[in-house]
Design a protein around this ligand. Structure first.
Ligand SMILES: Nc1nc2c(c(=O)[nH]1)N[C@H]1C(S)=C(S)[C@@H](COP(=O)(O)O)O[C@H]1N2
Ligand SMILES: [Mo]
Length: 201
């Protein structure tokens, strides 16, 4: 058995204004999109030399990895020690050649949700495309068959029902980023709302 973590160790992992939950809340704008795995595909497009399109079988055949990370939703819940299984961003990047102008990423989801992040943060080694959580396939409401996991940023960057990754030279705000949420979303500095953004950036 693993030694129980001391409460002060746990406290150091919880960003300001957050409360740890043991359950796994569902936070979605609208219902889960209808899923059809026979027509499902995953695309990498935008500023790459050759865009790619993978079927569900092709995506599931990619090399797998597993990571444990904490998850922080801007609505103030944090869920610690999530075990995610899926495909690392490094593995996806082996399939394409980025153009040098690429500096930002837009994640496209079934149902029209999008989110944006800087290329450097997308390429962080803890970012992954997950299809399993805590030892089981993702539930539909948690993003099955595929979601992004970005542990260092608030949960709305961890897009569910991902269908495409687009590389761009300019930053385009995603679904929540145009509706008042912060463009960057660092939970440790409480980058919650867009009015907090530095107008110089
Ligand atoms: N496609 C899509 N992805 C999404 C959302 C959404 O509404 N649609 N909500 C985001 C928000 S605000 C959070 S906190 C997390 C919540 O993930 P969970 O529902 O698995 O807890 O998903 C994010 N990804
Ligand atoms: Mo959220």
């Amino acid at each position: 058995m693993t030694k129980p973590a001391k409460s002060e160790d746990i406290a150091a992992r919880v960003p300001p204004g957050q409360t740890v939950v043991e359950n796994f809340p569902v936070l979605s704008y609208g219902p889960a999109p209808r899923l059809n795995l026979t027509t499902w595909d995953f695309k990498v497009l935008g500023l790459v030399e050759e865009p790619i399109r993978l079927s569900y079988e092709e995506f599931r055949a990619l090399p797998q990895s597993k990571q444990v990370s904490d998850f922080h939703c801007v609505t103030t819940w944090s869920r610690l020690d999530n075990t995610w299984e899926g495909v690392s961003v490094a593995e996806i990047m082996k399939l394409v050649k980025l153009r040098k102008e690429a500096r930002f990423v837009v994640i496209h989801c079934d149902g029209g949700y999008t989110t944006n992040l800087p290329l450097s943060e997308f390429l962080d080694d803890d970012v992954m495309l997950a299809h399993r959580h805590d030892g089981a396939d993702l539930e539909l409401d948690h993003g099955f068959p595929l979601r992004l996991v970005v542990p260092k940023l608030y949960g709305w960057k961890s897009a569910k029902w991902v269908r495409g990754i687009e590389f761009a030279d300019i930053d385009r705000r995603g679904f929540w980023e145009v509706r008042g949420y912060h463009n960057h979303a660092d939970p440790w500095t409480e980058e919650r709302y867009s009015f907090q953004e530095d107008p110089e950036e």
